[in-house]
Design a protein around this ligand. Structure first.
Ligand code: F0G
Length: 484
């Protein structure tokens, strides 16, 4: 179903195609409490508790709104260790929507990454070419001794761009890498839908066809990370002329049909928990099968509750509904375009998952050694109570010799989970970010006081390098009086 709503005065207002029937009360605590909360949480937004958070824009993972139908399905779940009917319904949904016959359930997306890395990275130095890494995918590949190479086109690194498919994998370079590295050292090629870390940017079906062609030429498997597949498909309909009148189902099938293995975090794709790996190749299924009971749980629950499994099944069918999937990208587009109009440097074109602020530009006075995106995340929480996520150098891991690896982009991600926020809340975000942008020179850097070795951004602790947070608080009070 195409979603095309025009307004009389020509304004571009994203319209909610759902109504709210269950609500959760939010807290907006005063800025003084927010500063204390930052101090208690090591200036890391992951370590804030939701009591202190007004709008939680940390992630869409597990926080998309569930539909009434998903909730209803959860009530008729079939509790059984083996052979649960809930699993049968999920497997049927995977077959109907993702067009893959064999399903291996896992407790979330990174569990799928662990299983694939365990099964296919057989020797140190094995190389996984990909459009771009995701934090957990990289961590699992390196954990098993593998390496990655990122093969985006140059345009993808151009933050303010109008390129419709910045997530495209550079197929010319792919072929060069294969020839240099040797097919025997490349267990698979990984394509990530709506490439998360470069700002939720999609790839085109034409690009994936080209990747498939190279893969076939050299006999290499293609693995599709489908966690953000619905949104990638929606943007293909919007941006790739060949698919302008296609349905969501047709685009999704075109993309999954080009992959040998599809895996997903159901926390993003269709529900709020869980995940899966699926394929049409019985040989692949057999290669992975034994690892599920070892790491996840029996083959018909994979570490998920049957209630979650029911919600995934319904959610997968709902992914075919363009009027559902379009809500988050349309809100993101409104947020990005409004911030650009106010002079805030943003990743463009607007992608999926969230709006991404270019911290390298906005905080150009903070060197990468002092984590500009992390500092911006802390500063924005301080002045708004809105929690975003650092997606920059802090989210990178150190190299084998313990040296810092600087991110290509320093981004503050403001996630817009599906059907969660109202337009007035989005307008509040725009207002506070515009104010912070005018006062950006007051933001200072951060340094680690506690740096975990693996995925340090989750629980790491930091401190400001000066008393900039106190000064920013004083400026806020001067400009906003006693406002929350
Ligand atoms: N792949 C992609 C593209 C993701 O965005 C995520 C998670 C995963 C895999 C891992 O899935 O969390 O279920 O284990 N992304 C979340 C985020 C965490 O906030 O972007 P998971």
């Amino acid at each position: 179903m195409e979603v095309n709503i025009k307004f009389y005065k020509g304004e571009n207002i994203p319209l909610e195609l759902h109504k709210t029937r269950i609500v959760q009360k939010l807290n907006l605590v005063p800025i003084e409490r927010r500063l204390k909360a930052l101090e208690e949480g090591g200036f890391n937004t992951f370590r804030l508790t939701t009591h202190d958070v007004f709008l939680d824009m940390l992630t869409d993972s597990g926080t998309n709104a569930m539909s009434d139908r998903q909730q209803a399905a959860m009530m008729h779940a079939d509790d059984a260790y083996a052979g649960s009917q809930s699993f049968m319904r999920m497997a049927k949904a995977v077959e109907d929507v993702l067009k893959k016959k064999y399903l291996l359930p896992v407790h979330q997306g990174r569990a799928a990454e662990n299983i694939l890395a365990n099964a296919y990275i057989k020797k140190k130095g094995d190389l996984i070419p990909m459009n771009y890494h995701f934090t957990t995918a990289l961590a699992h590949i390196t954990q098993y001794g593998g390496r990655i190479v990122e093969l985006l086109y140059d345009e993808a690194y151009n933050i303010a761009s109008s390129h419709p498919f910045k997530g495209n994998l550079n197929v010319e370079k792919l072929e060069e890498v294969i020839l240099e590295t040797g097919v025997e050292n490349i267990p698979f090629i990984r394509m990530e839908a709506s490439t998360n870390l470069i700002g939720g940017q999609p790839f085109s079906v034409a690009n994936m066809r080209a990747v498939r062609k190279v893969a076939d030429k050299y006999g290499i498997r293609v693995v599709l990370d489908a966690s953000l597949l619905g949104e990638n498909a929606y943007l293909v309909i919007q941006r790739e002329p060949e698919f302008a009148s296609a349905t969501m189902g047709e685009v999704i099938a075109a993309m999954t049909g080009l992959a040998d293995i599809v895996y997903f975090s159901a926390r993003k794709l269709s529900s709020s928990r869980g995940g899966g790996i699926c394929t049409n190749d019985l040989k692949i299924y057999r290669e992975l099968e034994a690892l599920i009971p070892l790491f996840e749980g029996f083959l018909t629950y994979g570490g998920m509750s049957v209630r979650e499994i029911e919600a995934i099944a319904v959610g997968l069918y709902e992914t075919l509904d363009e009027s559902m999937i379009c809500q988050s990208p349309q809100f993101i587009s409104y947020l990005v375009n409004s911030l650009v109009a106010q002079g805030v440097p943003m990743v463009t074109p607007a992608g999926v998952l969230g709006a991404h602020v270019d911290a390298m530009k906005m905080c150009g006075h903070i060197p990468q050694t002092l984590y500009p995106a992390g500092a911006l995340a802390a500063a924005f929480y301080l002045v708004s109570g809105v929690r975003g996520m650092e997606r920059g150098t802090m989210s990178n891991q150190r190299d084998e010799d313990g040296r810092e690896t600087y991110a290509d982009m320093e981004l503050l991600r403001l996630a817009v989970p599906r059907r969660v926020f109202t337009l007035s809340q989005i307008k509040y975000v725009i207002d506070r970010m515009a104010w912070l942008n005018e006062n950006r020179h007051m933001i200072g850097g951060l340094r680690f006081t506690y740096e975990p070795q693996v995925l340090r951004f989750f629980m790491g602790g930091l401190e400001p390098v000066s008393d900039w947070p106190q000064k920013l608080l004083a400026k806020f009070r001067a400009d906003f009086g006693d406002s929350l």
